[in-house]
Design a protein around this ligand. Sequence first.
Ligand SMILES: C[S@@+](CC[C@H](N)C(=O)[O-])C[C@H]1O[C@@H](n2cnc3c(N)ncnc32)[C@H](O)[C@@H]1O
Length: 265
Amino acid sequence: MTTTDSTEEFGYTSSYLADPHAGQLARLRTLERAFDPLSHAVFNQLDLVQKPAILDLGAGAGSLAGWLGKRYPDATVTATDIDTRFLTDIPGIEVMTHNAATDGFPAASFDVVHARALLCHLGEREDILTRAATWVRPGGWLVIEDVSLRPSLRTANPVFRKVAQAGITLLEQTIGSDMLWADTLPDGLRDRGLYRVGHRTLEGRIGDNGPADAFWAATTAQAGPALLKRQLLTQDDLDAMVNLRADPGFTEAALTFVSAWGQVT
Ligand SMILES: C[S@@+](CC[C@H](N)C(=O)[O-])C[C@H]1O[C@@H](n2cnc3c(N)ncnc32)[C@H](O)[C@@H]1O
């Protein structure tokens, strides 16, 4: 049986994944190392106007916003987050405190609106997608990137299966995340009338000491106390998973980084 503390707050910003957590900056860096190569490849193939106005929603620790500022030196890059503590000292960007779930922008404010690893965690994700499309100027791009944990559910390994399922349940119960939502992104953009919709994915494996492995391990470690508290896993389960990852014979697909883009009419 799982128990829930009724005084516990719900949502990303009060969760074990939120920025005040001691390990959060290091965890965000692992996400950046794993996801940045895909994001860079996607931006490199988009045709942008001269002097584009680019919005990065929920910019986190800002590696992508900083890269965008360098990649497009004539651009105005606005990086927003509900908690901007990690966005200081990044040259070439403007930083704004902004809640994507409740705050807006005037219609047609940007040539590119980008969000990564944000919407899967927000219950308002479908509404934000709709509103974010209105912030893009005609001919501009909406670029949405997220993580899907679907590959982890396909494993035949009982230890990995149990930990993966527990992680997805925890994210759903405590934050309201939908860790399979990323797979719907191309359809979500088409449904909103965007054209030239494209998508690209990058497989993330665990057990290979690669960047996705580091991100998966950091997130699971940060979630450990919450997994135990909710009795979704035991300490033995967590230890067994650490041993499995360390087994040189073990590596499996754990997640998919999904990038989807479309042009606004
Ligand atoms: C998993 S991190 C991703 C950071 C960054 N986009 C990246 O991919 O490196 C999610 C970020 O979303 C921010 N966030 C959470 N809820 C938010 C909201 N309602 N509005 C804006 N940002 C939010 C968090 O503070 C955190 O920095």
